[in-house]
Write a protein that binds this ligand. Structure first.
Ligand code: FMN
Length: 324
């Protein structure tokens, strides 16, 4: 693993981190990635008010489990009291880093003045960050370049966060109004790097080692964060991290991928139960099968995908995967 990044007092091994992704970075997903060498994988975003009220599905999102090298809980919300409570609960549950979400572009989130809507309200953002810091655990902030083209204020927001005591910032190189359109602008993440002394993590459209190198070179950031590039490839952090260190780690072969998918499936079923677990795992199944290397032919992949995603029992899915 490359030398890593110091976040507050916490040493995060490696320079390829995995992004928080709702529906993807649940505990089984984080464990799968951790087993394959990912040093940093954040939880899905956890709504503080619902966490504090004990809503079961939200509590499950913040679940701490064995086998994770680092427990990072991502919080989202707009009320300082709830954020403080959420941060305290996360810290009590074992969070070593609290990541605060100022990047989510979804309308149901920004409409509630959460996520990337906070890029438009620096004073509220500061109060919320302060509330997150009150738990005494290192806090990081994940943001976008700004709300829209006219307000690319990430450097200012990052400097404010740093002054409050935030330990690192991740910047997705798009504005909120871009959602996922166009190409992430890594050079503009460089303006954030220039504005602060704390570590900066560059995010957006990084899917391989070549992209990671370019993103680091264009932004000057300390590490990269990979989201969608990890779909069906929970080993990508190790692979990219090794490449940044001029080492080569081979991609898993078909047999290894099968083992990875089967373990991930078994953990998902154990975590959610068979019915919900299978429903949640279907997207991973599709990604694993799509990425299957030769000798599985494209046509067999397509056929397997549509069959696998209709099966109702975990044992049937396992058998079909093995037969692929
Ligand atoms: C399905 C999905 C779910 C996501 N959920 C979250 C989330 O819960 N919290 C968050 O901060 N970002 C979330 N994101 C944004 C990613 O963390 C990341 O910033 C974005 O996808 C850009 O990186 P990428 O191009 O490597 O995917 C999500 C993205 C996707 C595609």
């Amino acid at each position: 693993m490359s030398s890593g990044v110091l976040v507050g007092g916490v040493e995060v091994g490696g320079r390829a981190w995995l992004a928080p992704m709702t529906g993807v970075s649940d505990l089984p997903g984080r464990r799968a990635a951790a087993r394959l060498g990912a040093a940093y994988v954040a939880t899905e975003m956890v709504a503080c008010a619902e966490l504090a009220k004990g809503r079961p599905d939200v509590v499950r999102r913040a679940a701490v489990g064995e086998g994770l090298p680092l427990m990072v809980v991502q919080l989202v919300g707009r009320d300082p009291d709830w954020i403080a409570q959420g941060a305290r609960l996360a810290a009590e549950a074992g969070a070593q880093i609290i990541d605060f979400n100022m990047g989510c572009p979804a309308r149901e989130v920004t409409g509630a003045a959460c996520g990337s809507a906070l890029m438009r309200d620096p004073e509220l953002a500061e109060r919320l960050i302060d509330a997150a810091l009150s738990a005494g655990v290192p806090v990081t902030v994940k943001m976008r370049l700004g709300w829209d083209d006219a307000s690319r204020n990430a450097p200012d927001m990052a400097a404010r966060a740093e002054r409050l005591g935030v330990s690192a910032v991740t910047v997705h190189g798009r504005t909120r109004c871009q959602f996922y359109k166009g190409q992430a602008n890594w050079t503009q993440v460089g303006a954030v790097k220039a504005a602060v002394k704390i570590p900066v993590i560059v995010n957006g459209d990084i899917v391989d080692a070549a992209g990671a190198r370019r993103a680091l070179a264009e932004s000057g950031a300390d590490a990269v964060m990979i989201g969608r590039g990890a779909y069906g490839r929970p080993w990508i952090a190790r692979e990219v991290d090794a490449a940044l260190d001029d080492r080569i780690v081979a991609e898993p072969d078909l047999q290894e991928r099968l083992g990875i998918a089967l373990d991930h499936l078994a953990e998902t079923i154990a975590f959610y139960g068979e019915r919900i677990g299978l429903k949640i795992f279907r997207k991973h199944l599709g990604w694993y099968v799509e990425g299957a290397p030769a000798p599985v032919a494209a046509e067999a992949r397509r056929a397997a995908k549509s069959t696998l995603c209709r099966l109702e029992r975990a044992a049937e899915v396992e058998a079909a995967l093995i037969a692929l």
